[in-house]
Write a protein that binds this ligand. Structure first.
Ligand SMILES: *Cc1c(COP(=O)(O)O)cnc(C)c1O
Length: 396
């Protein structure tokens, strides 16, 4: 049996494979240089162009460009009038921003467990968490797998709740042939450095509701009723008015300059991700590893590739397995420790172990494998060899 590198064997690959790596080409560089030369480095034409292109791409009537998905989530809740005394139902299997922003808005995050097979929030579990105070549901398309939107929208319709989707992992994904961004009341995207569409930092909200789009546009820039680039146009000087106690949450043209060519390539980049994901699915369908369940009615875009290590069959813990993978020269990550188990959420809301068994099972055994368009198929093969070697070697 082949020895793991951590036991003195040869690593699965010679060079370290990074966990994430943005796909920046000459097009992005040229666009940024163009903005720099024009002196257009704050919010301006390119942000507006990105909004136009992104709303076209997603099929939503409006796209509002922002500084981050965190801002997108927060301002969506503000636009929907969610605040003190309200509850928002979301998944514990997500990044902190999803629930933190509910708290920023003044509301209370209420977790509902995930589905045991897709690892997305379970519609059945959502139903059980709805109270008189519930105002919205925030589903998260975990690892780029769209949630059960028919069921979620039906629940929201019956109970008069908003669906504010966290699609930070899901730019370009589809549910029943509709693009993510066109399904929920508001959909929040992240364009952070390692996301499927990367700008370094950035975010957006898409919606069909003009009132919300306008409100978010005003709130992102101090509550000014007119943006700066409008004030000095040839139409003459038109001073702005402060109509809200707004925030500073806009995108800049430098970010949009990276985002515009990224958006053009998004489908291609996602298809490269899919090719790698298929290698993982084929090679890692082995005893000791559990894969996320695919759904044939939706298109997944794999922001990363999560697998569960069946540690009860192995002589290693999940964290030891991660260390052993790193010694094989493979950058791995963990998405996520279930949020209700993080110190702040335990302390503030009194969450304990065994509150959400499915999320806790995933949380205790999940490892994210690297998956990004710059990876070669041989890179994915080497990741599979490493996983197989470790599972075989450490089997009880
Ligand atoms: C990355 C991420 C966010 C936050 O995105 P930012 O653009 O960094 O604010 C929110 N939710 C999920 C699920 C994420 O993965």
């Amino acid at each position: 049996m082949e020895k793991p590198a951590i036991e003195g064997g040869t690593p699965a690959r010679r060079e370290f494979l990074k966990f994430g790596n943005p796909n920046i080409g000459q097009e992005e560089i040229d666009e940024v240089v163009d903005s720099l030369k024009a002196g257009e480095i704050a919010m301006g034409r390119k942000c507006l162009k990105f909004e136009e292109e992104f709303s076209k791409y997603t099929g939503a009537k409006f796209a509002v460009s922002l500084g981050s998905c965190t801002a997108a989530l927060f301002l969506s809740m503000k636009a929907a009038g969610i605040g003190k005394g309200d509850e928002v139902v979301t998944t514990p299997m997500t990044f902190a921003a999803t629930a933190n922003t509910i708290i920023h808005a003044g509301a209370k995050p209420v977790f509902a467990d995930i589905d045991a097979e897709t690892w997305d929030i379970s519609p059945e579990k959502i139903k059980k968490k709805i109270s008189k105070k519930t105002k919205a549901i925030i589903p998260v398309d975990y690892a780029g797998l769209p949630c059960d939107f028919d069921e979620i929208r039906e629940i929201a319709g019956q109970k008069k709740l908003f669906v504010i989707e966290d699609a930070a992992h899901a730019a370009g994904a589809e549910y029943k042939n509709k693009k993510i961004g066109s399904l929920s009341d508001m959909t929040c995207f992240s364009f952070y450095a390692v996301k499927n569409l990367a700008m370094g930092e950035g975010g957006a909200v898409t919606t069909d509701n003009e009132k919300w789009a306008k409100k978010i546009s005003t709130l992102r820039m101090h509550g000014m009723d007119k943006p700066a680039w409008d004030r000095y146009s040839s139409a003459g000087y038109r001073p702005y008015r402060i109509v809200e106690a707004g925030y500073k949450a806009n995108m800049t043209d430098l970010q949009a300059a990276i985002g515009l060519p990224q958006l053009k390539k998004l489908d291609l980049l996602n298809s490269q991700r899919e090719k790698l994901a298929k290698i993982y699915e084929k090679e890692l369908d082995i005893d000791g590893v559990i894969l996320q369940k695919r759904k044939s009615d939706r298109k997944q875009v794999w922001h990363f590739f999560p697998i569960l290590i069946e540690t009860e069959k192995l002589r290693k813990t999940r964290n030891e397995f991660i260390t052993a993978m790193q010694k094989e020269n493979i950058g791995v990550s963990l998405h996520y420790t279930a949020l209700h188990l993080e110190p702040f959420y335990r302390k503030t809301f009194g969450y304990m172990k065994n509150s959400f068994p499915n999320a806790e099972f995933v949380s205790s055994s999940v490892i994210s494998l690297p998956l990004y368009p710059k990876m070669a198929e041989e890179d994915a093969e080497s990741v599979c060899s490493a996983v197989k070697k470790l599972v075989e070697y450490y089997k009880k």
